[in-house]
Ligand binder design. Structure first.
Ligand code: S6P
Ligand code: ZN
Length: 205
């Protein structure tokens, strides 16, 4: 990942610079990336993901957070950059999680095109994202971001610093839907086969 990590979280007021091309936040606290090999079983076609990862273990997405203390009252923020691409038609995405604490979160589109897939109980919602669009994730919703475009999709996230991420719930239950490439755009299809959203080629950039 990008910059020089700050060892100690910063409690004093500070300004951070967000590089909308690389997705790196400076000063930078926690940062990392997820490669295809670490995400294979999240894709519907796990075998294709594994096969591709075996000879080209691509970075699917990377994230960079400001060094805000993980303590009561603090507001964390960072950027995520999802690369363009797909596995057997399923568009590149983040792992996805629910918050450990019942906190909401806001995503702000920076660059490229994408969306947030949200699930709670049997409900599935797709929130399209683009530069200047703010997507709101209410408390209790599992959420995953997806790049629907042909260029990197970069967005800012802002969240209570103590909200935490539960990844296991997504490994167990998924997001209730998948985002699939079509001839002229993309389609959000629930696990039961219902189409939640049809996205156009323009939307995909
Ligand atoms: C944290 C927030 C984002 C994600 C990031 C990567 O609450 O939602 O910063 O952590 O987009 O996604 P994931 O699913 O790997 O945490
Ligand atoms: Zn979150």
């Amino acid at each position: 990942m990008g910059g020089t990590a700050v060892e100690q979280p910063i409690s004093a007021p500070f300004a951070a610079a967000l590089d909308e091309v690389t997705g790196v936040v400076m000063p930078e606290g926690a940062a990392g990336c997820r490669r295809l090999s670490a995400m294979a079983e999240l894709f519907l076609d796990t075998a294709s993901a594994r096969e591709r990862a075996a000879h080209d273990d691509l970075v699917v997405y990377s994230s960079s957070a400001a060094p805000v203390p993980a303590a009561e009252g603090h507001v964390g923020f960072g950027q995520t950059r999802i690369e363009p691409g797909d596995v057997a038609g399923e568009l590149f995405m983040t792992h996805g999680h629910a918050h450990v604490r019942r906190d909401g979160e806001a995503y702000i589109g920076q660059r490229g095109e994408g969306g947030i897939l949200l699930a709670k109980d049997s409900e599935v919602v797709w929130v399209p994202m683009a530069p200047g669009v703010v997507g709101y994730i209410p408390p209790g919703w599992r959420h995953r971001s997806v790049n629907t475009g042909a260029t990197p999709f970069v967005f800012i996230s802002v969240y209570p610093a103590l909200s935490g991420q539960d990844y296991d719930v997504v490994r167990r239950e998924g997001l209730g839907a998948r985002v699939l490439r079509t001839a002229d755009g993309y389609r959000v299809v629930t696990d039961a086969g219902d189409v939640v959203h049809e996205g156009s080629a323009e939307e995909r950039g």
